[in-house]
Design a protein around this ligand. Structure first.
Ligand code: GAP
Length: 525
């Protein structure tokens, strides 16, 4: 079935998943509110991510940092100077575009002239057709605000454009308190803000959104080599499905996280065939990045990024060391002990090899020598692998994936269309709807209400007593509730209920005492 974003967004509005922010005042472009069902969906996504990335592992801890941080954080990270999109304006109708998107829509590419970007010939305003466009200008995407009562530059601060930087800024506190040794990770989910030039595709590109990010700190390959005597690369065919190994180099760790994240998206219900990997080319990579892969999903408006997974070397912590004056080195006792056992000749040979390697990559020999001396003392700045996902983008992908229209014909040959959201049960906003067969029999209604009160203590449940039972099932199908429990006259006799399953529409009879274990079994990702 072809998915249609207009139909999906209209269902989201009608059933309380997503509303335009401040709609009573006409809305505000790029901002969305999640209603009663949308807020449950997003919370389930966040929780499922946290379980998989933090709770089920021994090597990842969490963080919940502030949205506004010291402005130096953004100088160190490079966002203050470089977090910008190229923007063009139509001088006639005043419409504003992101230059790369405008060109792309017209089958053209921005021209790079040194540090400047230029519009190619023939690009026109899509609104009014004018050729009277400005050349691209850089527009910083960070939202600026002022801390305290005085609105001057000394009080300027930014709403974070990513959650990741707080992890680097808190790195030393976490190392001092979490009792974790490299390799280990720090995860955070929360709001981020970007003053996008052109928010579009519903919630896909918003100005306020949520991210779920992990910074996974690893040893530099040179430290791995000193400890293990070798560095495992992808060419060695490591098993990426088992436990991580001490001899893995950055390349294997990077691929491990790509596999972990793909597994998680599949568990969340996205089919393998709709997930794509895009490996950034050497030209597209940031100067410090060694590799970056985007996990993309086939949205109704095209294949687009859900998550980026970057191998960022030691760039971020090194920048924060430079800007804060605080050493970001960790002490690695495994490394120190391995180096203490080396002969002076072996150390010299290792040092010469690293200096030659660094030189070949255009890096400074003195820096390389200092780096090796520090390694011999068990000290280094960790490198990092960063899987960075968007919560809202995943919510949108799950809504698009779950949406289905089923053509049914009943026993009398009457045709009908059933709209159903086929969420993975663990992510469905409501797990169980309790439906008393009739509402005018107090004994039956009371029994159902008591069951509803009991089940609510386990998961988010719904109560619906209005309309024919078939209509009530359909109402729950449309919001993706995997189980409907119907309390009927037999329930009063023998304490059993009917459980109606969303996907197959099958109905089974179960004792009330078995509902919790029956539903729970389907809720693990
Ligand atoms: N720390 C790295 C980082 O922020 P990014 O590729 O800019 O990398 C990571 O963002 C993820 O955040 C994206 O893959 C996307 O899912 C989400 N994201 C980024 N900008 C967004 C926006 N304007 N609206 C919704 N989600 C966004």
């Amino acid at each position: 079935m072809e998915k249609n974003l207009e139909i999906i967004s209209s269902l989201c509005k009608r059933r309380g998943f997503i509303f335009p922010s401040s709609e009573i005042y006409g809305g505000i472009n790029g901002f969305w509110d999640y209603g009663p069902l949308g807020s449950e969906l997003k919370r389930n996504i966040r929780d499922a991510w946290w379980h998989f990335m933090v709770q089920w592992r021994n090597d990842v801890v969490g963080l919940d940092a502030t949205i506004i941080m010291h402005p130096r954080v953004w100088e160190a990270s490079g966002h203050a100077a470089g977090f910008a999109d190229p923007m063009v304006d139509c001088k006639d109708c005043k419409k504003r575009y992101r230059a790369d998107q405008l060109c792309e829509e017209q089958g053209k590419q921005l021209i790079r002239d040194g540090k400047n970007l230029l519009l190619p010939e023939g690009v026109v305003c899509t609104e009014c057709g004018s050729k009277n466009l400005t050349q691209p200008r850089s527009f910083n995407l960070m939202f600026k605000t002022y801390v305290g009562p005085v609105e001057d530059d000394s009080a300027a601060a930014y709403l974070r454009p990513e959650t990741a930087q707080a992890i680097f800024a808190e790195f030393l506190n976490i190392v001092a308190t979490a009792r974790k040794q490299v390799p280990f990770g720090v995860a955070q989910s929360g709001k981020s803000f970007r003053n996008e030039v052109n928010p579009r595709n519903y919630t896909f590109r918003s100005r306020e959104f949520e991210q779920m990010e992990l910074e996974f700190f690893i040893r530099p390959d040179e430290a791995v080599e000193l400890i293990c005597g070798k560095v495992t690369t992808l060419a060695d065919n490591p098993d990426l499905t088992g436990e991580p190994q001490e001899d893995w180099g950055w390349e294997v760790w990077h691929r491990y996280w790509v596999e972990q994240r793909l597994t998680w998206y599949r568990l969340a219900g996205l089919p393998q065939e709709d997930l794509h990997l895009y490996w950034q080319t050497k030209d597209e990579l940031a100067h410090y990045a060694r590799a970056c892969v985007d996990i993309e999903y086939a949205f109704p408006f095209g294949v687009q990024e859900l998550e980026g997974i970057a191998a960022r070397s030691d760039f971020d912590l090194t920048q924060h060391q430079k800007y804060s004056g605080k050493s970001m080195q960790v002490q690695d006792d495994r490394l120190r002990l391995a180096c203490e056992a080396m002969t002076p000749e072996a150390k010299e040979a290792f040092k010469a090899k690293v200096i030659a390697d660094w030189r070949a990559r255009g890096k400074d020999a003195l820096e390389a020598a200092q780096f090796v001396e520090d390694l011999f003392l068990g000290r280094y700045i960790p490198h990092v692998i960063e899987p960075s996902a968007g919560t809202d983008r995943l919510a949108l992908a799950l809504l698009c994936n779950a949406y289905d229209e089923e053509h049914l014909t009943d026993a009398k040959g009457k045709e009908d269309i059933r709209t159903v959201l086929r969420f993975a049960p663990a992510l469905a906003p409501v797990k169980v709807a309790v439906l008393p067969l009739v509402k005018n029999k107090p004994e039956l209604r009371d029994k159902a209400w008591k069951l509803y009160a009991d089940l609510r203590r386990h998961w988010k449940c719904a109560w619906d007593e209005t309309g024919a039972i078939g209509r009530r099932y359909r109402r729950q199908d449309e919001v993706g509730t995997p189980f409907c429990v119907t309390v009927d006259f037999d329930t009063l006799e023998n304490d059993t209920v009917t459980i109606r399953l969303r996907d197959s529409m099958e109905q089974i009879r179960l004792p009330i005492s078995e509902i919790v274990s029956y539903v729970d079994k389907s809720l693990t990702l």
